[in-house]
Design a protein around this ligand. Structure first.
Ligand SMILES: Nc1nc2c(ncn2[C@@H]2O[C@H](COP(=O)(O)OP(=O)(O)O)[C@@H](O)[C@H]2O)c(=O)[nH]1
Ligand SMILES: [Mg+2]
Length: 299
């Protein structure tokens, strides 16, 4: 991992990595070891269910493979953790049409700006869409980013209906041959029924604007605030119940010391993490690499 990223998310590693190193160097592969590992995983926000899965699997493998060397136990744990993250299918991290959903304050708008900037730097033609029509400030926030980055933005003119805005934006996207369109939405957690209706309408509008036989890749990512820990899961589950999600953007990774959240998010929400973000600057974004992450975490 690049050094500047490691510096920004050092809280994630600092405690965990030193504790795990000490657990491995002070133990044999027995019940006491498994108990200490379990306590560490739980304290790092890995969640009860996911921790139990990891511990049971490790215990099974130690037994069936008759492992006594703690270095081999560590490799075994590494494999289990990487597999757990990679089980979910790898998706396109840069779809042509990207819909961002998630609860208010989790970082949708900031992420929209970061990914637009990243794609622009890759030489792509990017259109941002301010479909959070409920607050003028939300539109302004994205406009400021667009100006700063130097990409086009589509803002609502005479409609407060997000679907109508998205429809018009998609027509522009097609007509002006953009490579990517990034749609920032509102994060209002209304009733489940309203959320469902709104998202269904958005998907209908996307199909309508693109036409039947379009070849565009469409994904929706949900932003999850790493600092909220287990608390955000129930809310995310509501989105998952009402709409198709393709991946997670784990935000504010700079603000948490609990890296275990990565494992519980992926397994409990049954979705891959596509990006992590770790600060308020445009450059504070990285595609998530499971192997890198686990290797760093285990030290
Ligand atoms: N520390 C930190 N703050 C972030 C990150 N991403 C977003 N934020 C901040 O979180 C707040 C909410 O972000 P915003 O993009 O407006 O969330 P939205 O309501 O989902 O659109 C803002 O103050 C952002 O600057 C991140 O990765 N790290
Ligand atoms: Mg927003």
């Amino acid at each position: 991992m690049f050094k500047f990223i490691k510096d920004k998310i050092k809280k994630v590693y600092s405690e965990f990595t030193s504790k795990i190193t000490s657990i491995f160097s002070n133990n044999n592969p027995d019940e006491k070891f498994l108990e200490e590992l379990k306590v560490l995983l739980i304290s790092a926000d890995t969640g009860v269910k996911t921790t139990a899965f990891i511990i049971n699997k490790l215990k099974e493998n130690i037994k069936s493979k008759n492992i006594s060397d703690m270095n081999l136990v560590k490799s075994e744990l590494e494999t289990i953790l990487i597999d757990l993250l990679q089980e979910r299918s790898v998706i396109n991290a840069s779809p042509e049409i990207l819909l961002l959903v998630g609860i208010n304050g989790t970082g949708k708008t900031t992420f929209a700006a970061k990914i637009a900037n990243k794609l622009k730097n890759d030489g792509k033609k990017v259109l941002l869409v301010a479909a959070d029509t409920f607050r003028a400030a939300a539109v302004e926030q994205l406009e400021n980013w667009a100006k700063k980055i130097g990409v086009q933005i589509f803002v609502p003119t005479n409609s407060s209906d997000p679907s109508a805005v998205i429809f018009d934006a998609l027509i522009k996207f097609k007509k002006d041959n953009y490579d990517h369109i990034i749609i920032d939405t509102a994060g209002r957690l209304q009733t489940k029924v309203n959320l469902l209706k709104e998202l269904e309408k958005i998907y209908r509008v996307i199909s309508k604007a693109l036409g039947e036989n379009h070849q565009k890749t469409i994904s929706s990512f949900i932003t999850v605030d790493a600092m909220l820990g287990q608390n955000s899961f129930e809310q995310v589950k509501v989105f998952k119940e009402v709409t198709k999600l393709d991946g997670i953007v784990l935000t504010k990774f700079d603000g948490t010391g609990k890296g275990g959240i990565v494992f519980s998010i992926v397994s409990q929400l049954d979705l891959p993490i596509v990006y992590i973000t770790f600060g308020e600057d445009l450059a504070d974004i990285k595609t998530f690499d499971s192997k890198d992450f686990v290797k760093e975490l285990l030290g």
